[in-house]
Design a protein around this ligand. Structure first.
Ligand code: NAD
Length: 296
């Protein structure tokens, strides 16, 4: 009998991830608060559920891909604990604070479930292509089974440590991303002011020491990387409000741990300002438009 997966949260990331699970032949009971997201999930081979609880009932595996820790806690409290079947594997792929997975893991252990936090890197394109990098926080003994569940959505699955460690890795990774995107956007804005053709700058920097993911995979300047959100008016992708959330998580974690992260702090301030300009729902690379003095 094929596996039954409950997939909750079918947004920019979850939609592609759920579709890749359905492609393996698994039954994917999908739920999202958005009717459009549910309709799309049905088109890509999932079975839409009318509530999260309905999706979870009878599932061997529960995967959540929600905006933040508060949503994950709510779905677990309202729909997971009372409906999940004994022995199920629970995996949260959302980016959250470190305490959320630690609390859920403790509750899961009490109730006899295996749990992992498994946040991802790779963006919407990676989610659709099944090419995400997963950073996993779970008990060492559970990793092989969790790895097997994640493989259809992954280019890499790496155990970071015990529950919470996946989120620690993700928070640090996204601090790099937030800072590097601003640097790339500033460089394009400066190149333009200096009369340098952005295409030439891209070609040169892609092969020079400025090369990074924000430049070569996710170019904020339109027309250079076909899959980048800059080519669709910065729609979809990774919302500015989500990047701001992650940078706040990094600053909170840094303050608690006594780590010095001045560039991360500056990036948080800049994304907070961009967010107040009304760009919260647009991809975070819209930072370029703002730095160019355009309306966002
Ligand atoms: P999104 O806003 O596009 O999707 C989130 C979905 O969750 C929405 O469709 C929303 O309706 C749904 N939702 C919210 N509360 C719900 C509930 N109680 N029950 C059911 N559905 C609910 O966000 P996204 O871009 O897909 O990001 C999801 C997570 O992945 C976030 O934690 C984000 O930080 C992380 N992430 C995103 C990217 C990216 O490039 N977009 C990359 C890596 C990680």
């Amino acid at each position: 009998m094929s596996k039954r997966i409950a997939f909750i949260g079918l947004g920019n990331m979850g939609a592609g991830m759920a579709a890749n699970q359905a492609k393996t032949g698994a039954t994917v009971a999908a739920f999202d608060l958005s009717a459009d997201a549910l309709k799309h999930a049905a088109e890509v081979g999932c079975t839409p559920a009318t509530t999260a609880a309905e999706a979870v009932a009878g599932a061997d595996i529960v995967i959540t891909m929600l905006p933040a820790g508060v949503h994950v806690r709510k779905v677990y409290a309202d729909a997971v604990w009372d409906n999940v079947k004994p022995g199920a594997i629970l995996i949260d792929c959302s980016t959250t604070d470190v305490d959320t997975p630690r609390d859920i893991a403790a509750e899961a252990k009490k109730r006899g479930f295996r749990f992992a936090d498994a946040p991802v890197s790779g963006g919407q394109t990676g989610a659709e292509a099944g090419q995400l990098a997963f950073m996993v926080g779970c008990a060492e003994a559970d990793f092989a089974d969790i790895d097997a569940v994640l493989q259809p959505m992954a280019k890499a699955v790496i155990r970071a440590g015990d529950p919470g460690a996946g989120q620690a890795a993700k928070i640090c990774n996204n601090m790099v991303l937030g800072v590097s995107m601003i640097a790339v956007c500033e460089a394009f804005a400066l190149a333009e002011k200096l009369g340098l053709d952005p295409e030439r700058f891209f070609e040169i920097s892609s092969k020079s020491s400025g090369q990074c993911w924000s430049l070569t995979t996710y170019s904020p300047w339109p027309g250079l990387v076909p899959t980048a959100p800059s080519n669709r008016d910065y729609q979809g992708g990774f919302a500015t409000a989500m990047m701001l959330k992650d940078l706040k998580l990094a600053q909170e974690a840094a303050a608690r741990a006594g780590a010095s992260t001045p560039m991360g702090g500056m990036a948080e301030s800049l994304y907070a300002l961009l967010n107040t300009q009304g760009a919260g729902g647009r991809d975070f690379s819209v930072m370029l438009e703002w730095l160019r003095g355009k309306e966002v």
